[in-house]
Design a protein around this ligand. Structure first.
Ligand code: FAD
Ligand code: NAI
Length: 469
């Protein structure tokens, strides 16, 4: 094989792509990863998961220092914050982690080709190199892992200055006085929380009748109450009909989704967070005839094969939840399949986390979905309020809800609203992966005092046997 001939070329170095490349190399396949943004890690590390969590972490520390710590006897006087320092900390975290991925490429002897890739034919990838010039890579297999980009709504143009996507909202140099968020999903609520904690007024305009529409209805109701108490103005069943940029302010016209009287809201920034769309620009998929939906999503079978032999697709550019860990699972399993091994992803056991305070985490079916499917179930619910560790940590809000099959007791879904929900959900994911029952969780010893005891109690509650409530 010459220097530019590969077993696998991965286009896109995000969590899907770089993990696929590592697994392919571990399987002994000669591998290259092509990435055009100048850094590995994709959306997640550069402008997504990592920078947003860095700002969520920093702003939460400030919030605690100025609100709840006093009760603990920790008197923090004259606490303030410095936005430019927070952004620096965020950027440093991103740089460290993306640099780490570059190290992993070297360690696994993967060629990192810096530039934008496109198909010449099914086995030839042309790369427009960032340093200038072009390079052609011959490959037996290609994995398309080109991710996604922010979507918008008709008539609203994102300029990343005043009307921003998540990318712009991660880089405000000053705290805006008033941010209007279009879309009450994950990005809107996470980044709304960041800037809200630092002093912005946050108005969330959601088209549907609830925020986080894919979550369990108990979570939606309680989460809405908690965020409202934190100061977010949440307007559900409402649509944005006009965004007018004035000299310094922005005038946003909203009206009831079903029609009715319009209201004009004045704000300083608009955050558009109405979902993301698959990104395939410039790949020249037409040249090889890869099937793509009208929305731009690459169509694959259950094992990430497109309709073109030896061309695969994974992550945000394909069907399913747009989550980093989903992309990673697909990446490693797709590489296994290319290496002639078995690869499988259990889509029923992919967790979903919103990193607000408190966090929200879920896996499996919601109560609404079970009802709709006519599946008989039992529900067990337990509040954090009755848990010692939650009280000690000043996080009494929320609950764990376990949904189990009425006949077999098999866990069908778990929904958590509460402190550290993102870590707590791992137990439920594992239980579901092992086809476990609510009784299995209930019979498992959970250390005391920990938040995880709420999971045990909720599992006990499925049989009406909870102890501490
Ligand atoms: P991406 O990460 O989008 O990577 C694709 C890469 O391909 C990009 O770097 C792009 O530059 C490159 N590329 C595209 N076309 C080409 C080409 N032709 N040639 C070369 N390179 C190309 N998910 C979570 O699980 N947890 C979170 O906490 C979380 N937080 C998020 C916060 C925000 C603000 C956002 C926007 C997203 C968040 N996500 C989170 C979602 C997560 O970032 C994505 O699901 C994940 O990055 C998808 O991985 P991917 O590899 O499919 O694509
Ligand atoms: P989202 O799908 O989470 O939420 C979009 C929201 O906008 C929905 O509630 C939807 O009903 C609403 N909406 C759509 N059109 C609207 C309109 N015209 N007017 C008002 N509301 C409208 O999408 P979001 O927040 O943009 O995030 C994109 C994706 O990024 C997520 O789906 C998720 O996969 C990923 N992400 C994951 C995170 C995590 O795992 N913690 C954090 C941030 C993003």
């Amino acid at each position: 094989m010459s220097d530019t001939e590969y077993d696998v070329v991965v286009i896109g170095g995000g969590p899907g792509g770089y993990v696929a490349a590592i697994r392919a190399a571990q399987q002994g396949l000669k591998t290259a990863v092509v990435e055009g943004r100048g850094a590995l890690g994709g959306t997640c590390l550069n402008v997504g998961c990592i920078p947003s969590k860095a700002l969520l972490g920093a702003s939460e520390k400030y919030h605690e220092a100025t609100s709840t710590m006093d009760e603990l006897g920790v008197i923090a006087e004259g606490v303030s914050f410095d936005v430019s320092k927070m952004l620096k900390y965020k950027n440093k975290t991103v740089k460290g982690l993306t640099g780490g991925i570059e190290f992993l490429m070297k360690k696994n002897k993967i060629d990192y080709v810096k530039g934008w890739g496109s198909f010449v034919d099914a086995n030839t990838i042309k790369v427009a190199l960032l340093d200038g010039g072009e390079q052609e890579l011959k490959t037996k297999n290609t994995i398309i892992a080109t991710g996604s980009e922010p979507a918008s709504i008709p008539g609203v143009e994102i300029d990343e200055e005043r009307v921003v996507s998540s990318t712009g909202a991660l880089d405000f140099e000053d705290v805006p006085e008033h941010i209007l968020v279009i879309g009450g999903g994950v990005i809107g609520l996470e980044l709304g929380s960041v800037w809200g904690r630092l002093g912005s007024n946050i108005t969330v305009v959601e088209f549907l009748d609830t925020i986080v529409p894919t979550m369990d209805s108990d979570v939606q109701a309680e989460f809405t109450k908690i965020l409202t108490k934190q100061g977010m103005d949440i307007k559900t069943s409402t649509k944005v009909t006009d965004v007018k940029l004035l000299k310094s302010k922005i005038k946003v016209t909203v009206e009831p989704a079903a029609g009715g009287d319009a209201e004009v809201i004045e704000c300083d920034k608009v955050l558009v967070s109405v979902g993301r769309k698959p990104f395939t620009n410039g790949l020249n998929l037409e040249a090889i005839g890869v099937e793509v939906t009208p929305q731009g999503m690459v169509v694959t079978d259950d094992h990430w094969r497109t309709n073109v032999a030896s061309v695969y697709a994974i992550g945000d550019v394909t069907d399913g939840p747009m989550l980093a860990h989903k992309a990673e699972e697909e990446g490693s399993n797709c590489a296994d399949i290319i290496a002639g091994k078995v690869g499988h992803v259990n889509y029923d056991a992919i967790p979903n986390v919103v990193y607000t305070t408190p966090e929200v985490a879920s896996v499996g079916k919601t109560e609404g979905e079970l009802k709709e499917a006519g599946i008989e179930y039992k529900a067990g619910k337990f509040p954090f309020m009755a848990n010692a560790k939650a009280k000690i940590g000043q996080h009494p809000e929320g609950f764990v809800k376990v949904l189990a099959d009425a006949k077999t007791d098999r866990v069908l879904g778990v929904h958590i609203l509460g402190a550290d929900a993102g870590n707590l959900i791992a137990e439920a994911v594992l239980a579901m992966e092992f086809d476990g029952s609510a009784e299995d969780i209930a019979l498992t010893s959970h250390a005391h005092p920990t938040l995880s005891e709420v999971m045990k109690e909720a599992a006990l509650a499925v049989a009406g046997m909870e102890v501490h409530a």
